[in-house]
Design a protein around this ligand. Sequence first.
Ligand SMILES: N[C@@H](CCC(=O)N[C@@H](CSCc1ccc([N+](=O)[O-])cc1)C(=O)NCC(=O)O)C(=O)O
Length: 216
Amino acid sequence: MTITITAFERSPDGGKGLARDTRVRWALEEAGLPYEVRLVSFRAMKEAAHLALHPFGQIPTYEEGDLALFETGSIVLHIAERHAGLFPADANARARAITWMFAALNTVEPPILELVTVKLVEGDKPWKAERLPLVEDRVRARLNPLAARLGDGDWLDGGFSAGDLLMVSVLLRLRPSGLLNEFPSLAAYVARGEARPAYQRAFAAQLAINAAPLPA
Ligand SMILES: N[C@@H](CCC(=O)N[C@@H](CSCc1ccc([N+](=O)[O-])cc1)C(=O)NCC(=O)O)C(=O)O
Protein backbone atom coordinates (compact mmCIF):
# COMPACT_ATOMS: atom_id res chain seq x y z
CA MET A 1 0.00 0.00 0.00
CA THR A 2 1.36 3.42 -0.90
CA ILE A 3 2.94 5.45 1.88
CA THR A 4 2.49 9.20 1.55
CA ILE A 5 4.14 11.77 3.79
CA THR A 6 3.77 15.56 3.78
CA ALA A 7 6.62 18.05 3.68
CA PHE A 8 7.12 21.78 3.25
CA GLU A 9 6.63 22.97 -0.31
CA ARG A 10 9.65 25.14 0.51
CA SER A 11 11.48 24.59 3.80
CA PRO A 12 12.57 27.75 5.63
CA ASP A 13 16.04 26.21 5.96
CA GLY A 14 16.38 26.01 2.18
CA GLY A 15 17.02 22.27 2.23
CA LYS A 16 19.46 21.81 5.14
CA GLY A 17 17.36 18.81 6.21
CA LEU A 18 16.34 20.34 9.55
CA ALA A 19 12.60 20.13 8.92
CA ARG A 20 11.11 17.01 10.46
CA ASP A 21 10.09 15.29 7.25
CA THR A 22 13.78 14.42 6.96
CA ARG A 23 13.47 12.23 10.08
CA VAL A 24 10.55 10.31 8.54
CA ARG A 25 12.29 10.03 5.16
CA TRP A 26 15.37 8.64 6.93
CA ALA A 27 13.29 6.02 8.79
CA LEU A 28 11.55 4.99 5.54
CA GLU A 29 14.91 4.70 3.79
CA GLU A 30 16.40 2.60 6.65
CA ALA A 31 13.38 0.30 6.32
CA GLY A 32 13.80 0.23 2.52
CA LEU A 33 10.26 1.53 1.98
CA PRO A 34 9.22 3.52 -1.11
CA TYR A 35 7.10 6.57 -0.35
CA GLU A 36 5.33 9.49 -1.99
CA VAL A 37 5.57 13.09 -0.80
CA ARG A 38 2.74 15.60 -0.83
CA LEU A 39 4.18 19.09 -0.61
CA VAL A 40 2.15 21.63 1.33
CA SER A 41 2.43 25.40 1.38
CA PHE A 42 2.34 27.30 4.65
CA ARG A 43 -1.23 28.38 3.79
CA ALA A 44 -2.40 24.88 2.87
CA MET A 45 -1.07 23.54 6.19
CA LYS A 46 -3.71 25.59 8.00
CA GLU A 47 -6.59 24.66 5.69
CA ALA A 48 -9.27 22.04 6.39
CA ALA A 49 -7.85 19.24 4.25
CA HIS A 50 -4.50 19.25 6.06
CA LEU A 51 -5.96 20.03 9.49
CA ALA A 52 -8.01 16.84 9.12
CA LEU A 53 -4.65 15.02 9.05
CA HIS A 54 -2.74 17.19 11.48
CA PRO A 55 -4.78 18.99 14.18
CA PHE A 56 -1.96 21.49 14.69
CA GLY A 57 -1.56 22.28 10.99
CA GLN A 58 2.02 21.06 10.69
CA ILE A 59 4.20 18.62 8.76
CA PRO A 60 5.07 15.78 8.62
CA THR A 61 2.07 13.50 8.38
CA TYR A 62 2.04 9.85 7.30
CA GLU A 63 -0.71 8.11 5.35
CA GLU A 64 -0.88 4.44 4.47
CA GLY A 65 -4.26 3.04 3.38
CA ASP A 66 -6.82 4.19 5.97
CA LEU A 67 -4.11 4.95 8.55
CA ALA A 68 -3.19 8.60 9.05
CA LEU A 69 -0.55 9.60 11.62
CA PHE A 70 1.09 12.82 12.73
CA GLU A 71 3.92 13.45 15.25
CA THR A 72 7.36 12.54 13.91
CA GLY A 73 8.29 10.29 16.83
CA SER A 74 5.07 8.34 16.46
CA ILE A 75 5.59 7.92 12.71
CA VAL A 76 9.16 6.68 13.21
CA LEU A 77 7.95 4.28 15.91
CA HIS A 78 5.24 2.98 13.58
CA ILE A 79 7.76 2.34 10.80
CA ALA A 80 10.21 0.70 13.21
CA GLU A 81 7.54 -1.60 14.67
CA ARG A 82 6.24 -2.75 11.27
CA HIS A 83 9.46 -3.09 9.28
CA ALA A 84 13.01 -4.35 9.82
CA GLY A 85 15.97 -2.01 10.02
CA LEU A 86 15.22 0.28 12.99
CA PHE A 87 14.75 -2.00 16.00
CA PRO A 88 16.82 -4.93 17.28
CA ALA A 89 15.16 -8.34 17.38
CA ASP A 90 15.56 -8.72 21.14
CA ALA A 91 12.50 -7.43 23.04
CA ASN A 92 14.46 -5.76 25.86
CA ALA A 93 16.84 -4.11 23.38
CA ARG A 94 13.81 -2.85 21.44
CA ALA A 95 12.37 -1.38 24.64
CA ARG A 96 15.69 0.39 25.29
CA ALA A 97 15.69 1.76 21.73
CA ILE A 98 12.22 3.23 22.40
CA THR A 99 13.57 4.74 25.62
CA TRP A 100 16.22 6.54 23.57
CA MET A 101 13.52 7.78 21.15
CA PHE A 102 11.69 9.38 24.05
CA ALA A 103 14.94 10.69 25.54
CA ALA A 104 15.81 12.37 22.24
CA LEU A 105 12.44 14.10 21.90
CA ASN A 106 11.53 14.71 25.56
CA THR A 107 14.87 15.33 27.26
CA VAL A 108 17.50 16.40 24.74
CA GLU A 109 15.44 18.30 22.13
CA PRO A 110 13.52 20.72 24.41
CA PRO A 111 16.52 22.88 25.43
CA ILE A 112 17.75 22.77 21.81
CA LEU A 113 14.39 24.13 20.66
CA GLU A 114 14.67 26.79 23.37
CA LEU A 115 18.05 27.76 21.92
CA VAL A 116 16.60 27.95 18.41
CA THR A 117 13.80 30.13 19.78
CA VAL A 118 16.15 32.53 21.57
CA LYS A 119 18.30 32.87 18.45
CA LEU A 120 15.65 32.93 15.73
CA VAL A 121 12.44 34.16 17.32
CA GLU A 122 13.65 36.28 20.21
CA GLY A 123 16.80 37.57 18.49
CA ASP A 124 15.64 41.18 18.72
CA LYS A 125 14.25 41.00 22.26
CA PRO A 126 15.88 42.89 25.12
CA TRP A 127 16.23 39.72 27.19
CA LYS A 128 18.11 37.78 24.53
CA ALA A 129 21.62 38.63 25.76
CA GLU A 130 20.74 37.58 29.30
CA ARG A 131 18.77 34.48 28.32
CA LEU A 132 21.11 33.03 25.67
CA PRO A 133 23.89 31.84 28.04
CA LEU A 134 21.31 30.31 30.38
CA VAL A 135 19.77 28.32 27.56
CA GLU A 136 23.16 27.29 26.19
CA ASP A 137 24.03 25.90 29.61
CA ARG A 138 20.75 23.96 29.68
CA VAL A 139 21.76 22.36 26.38
CA ARG A 140 25.22 21.53 27.76
CA ALA A 141 23.52 19.97 30.80
CA ARG A 142 21.98 17.42 28.42
CA LEU A 143 24.94 16.94 26.10
CA ASN A 144 27.45 16.21 28.87
CA PRO A 145 25.64 13.12 30.22
CA LEU A 146 24.70 12.04 26.71
CA ALA A 147 28.38 12.11 25.65
CA ALA A 148 29.31 10.24 28.83
CA ARG A 149 26.75 7.52 28.12
CA LEU A 150 27.74 7.20 24.47
CA GLY A 151 31.41 6.89 25.50
CA ASP A 152 33.37 5.46 22.58
CA GLY A 153 30.38 3.53 21.22
CA ASP A 154 29.18 3.95 17.67
CA TRP A 155 25.51 4.04 18.72
CA LEU A 156 23.66 4.52 22.01
CA ASP A 157 22.80 0.90 22.72
CA GLY A 158 24.38 -1.78 20.53
CA GLY A 159 23.47 -1.46 16.85
CA PHE A 160 21.93 1.55 15.13
CA SER A 161 18.26 1.99 16.03
CA ALA A 162 15.35 4.43 15.76
CA GLY A 163 16.66 5.87 19.04
CA ASP A 164 19.87 6.90 17.28
CA LEU A 165 17.93 8.17 14.25
CA LEU A 166 16.00 10.59 16.45
CA MET A 167 18.96 11.51 18.66
CA VAL A 168 21.17 12.29 15.65
CA SER A 169 18.32 14.27 14.10
CA VAL A 170 17.88 16.29 17.31
CA LEU A 171 21.62 16.99 17.53
CA LEU A 172 21.69 18.07 13.87
CA ARG A 173 19.31 20.88 14.85
CA LEU A 174 22.04 22.09 17.21
CA ARG A 175 24.83 22.22 14.65
CA PRO A 176 24.15 25.78 13.36
CA SER A 177 24.69 27.06 16.94
CA GLY A 178 28.27 25.72 17.08
CA LEU A 179 27.60 24.13 20.49
CA LEU A 180 28.03 20.62 19.11
CA ASN A 181 31.73 21.40 18.48
CA GLU A 182 32.24 21.48 22.26
CA PHE A 183 31.42 17.74 22.28
CA PRO A 184 33.69 15.99 19.73
CA SER A 185 32.29 12.50 20.48
CA LEU A 186 28.74 13.74 19.80
CA ALA A 187 29.85 15.55 16.64
CA ALA A 188 31.42 12.26 15.46
CA TYR A 189 28.21 10.39 16.41
CA VAL A 190 26.18 12.80 14.28
CA ALA A 191 28.65 12.41 11.40
CA ARG A 192 28.24 8.63 11.60
CA GLY A 193 24.49 9.07 11.28
CA GLU A 194 24.87 11.41 8.32
CA ALA A 195 27.22 8.95 6.63
CA ARG A 196 24.54 6.27 6.55
CA PRO A 197 23.33 5.67 2.98
CA ALA A 198 19.70 5.87 4.16
CA TYR A 199 20.31 9.34 5.63
CA GLN A 200 22.11 10.42 2.47
CA ARG A 201 19.10 9.37 0.36
CA ALA A 202 16.67 11.12 2.71
CA PHE A 203 18.73 14.31 2.72
CA ALA A 204 19.17 14.34 -1.07
CA ALA A 205 15.43 13.85 -1.60
CA GLN A 206 14.44 16.84 0.55
CA LEU A 207 17.24 18.97 -0.93
CA ALA A 208 16.04 18.23 -4.47
CA ILE A 209 12.58 19.56 -3.56
CA ASN A 210 13.92 22.69 -1.92
CA ALA A 211 16.27 23.43 -4.80
CA ALA A 212 13.52 23.00 -7.41
CA PRO A 213 11.54 26.00 -8.66
CA LEU A 214 8.28 26.56 -6.81
CA PRO A 215 5.20 25.22 -8.66
CA ALA A 216 3.52 27.96 -10.75
N1 LIG B 1 5.98 17.64 17.42
C1 LIG B 1 5.78 17.71 16.00
C2 LIG B 1 6.28 19.06 15.51
C3 LIG B 1 6.10 19.23 14.02
C4 LIG B 1 6.71 20.53 13.56
O1 LIG B 1 7.32 21.28 14.33
N2 LIG B 1 6.54 20.79 12.27
C5 LIG B 1 7.05 22.03 11.70
C6 LIG B 1 8.12 21.70 10.62
S1 LIG B 1 9.43 20.74 11.30
C7 LIG B 1 10.16 22.00 12.39
C8 LIG B 1 11.16 22.85 11.66
C9 LIG B 1 10.76 23.92 10.87
C10 LIG B 1 11.71 24.66 10.16
C11 LIG B 1 13.06 24.31 10.28
N3 LIG B 1 14.04 25.09 9.56
O2 LIG B 1 15.24 24.93 9.88
O3 LIG B 1 13.66 25.83 8.66
C12 LIG B 1 13.44 23.26 11.07
C13 LIG B 1 12.49 22.51 11.74
C14 LIG B 1 5.94 22.78 11.04
O4 LIG B 1 5.07 22.19 10.43
N4 LIG B 1 6.00 24.11 11.19
C15 LIG B 1 5.02 24.97 10.54
C16 LIG B 1 3.97 25.41 11.53
O5 LIG B 1 4.07 25.00 12.71
O6 LIG B 1 3.09 26.18 11.11
C17 LIG B 1 6.57 16.58 15.30
O7 LIG B 1 7.61 16.20 15.85
O8 LIG B 1 6.11 16.09 14.24
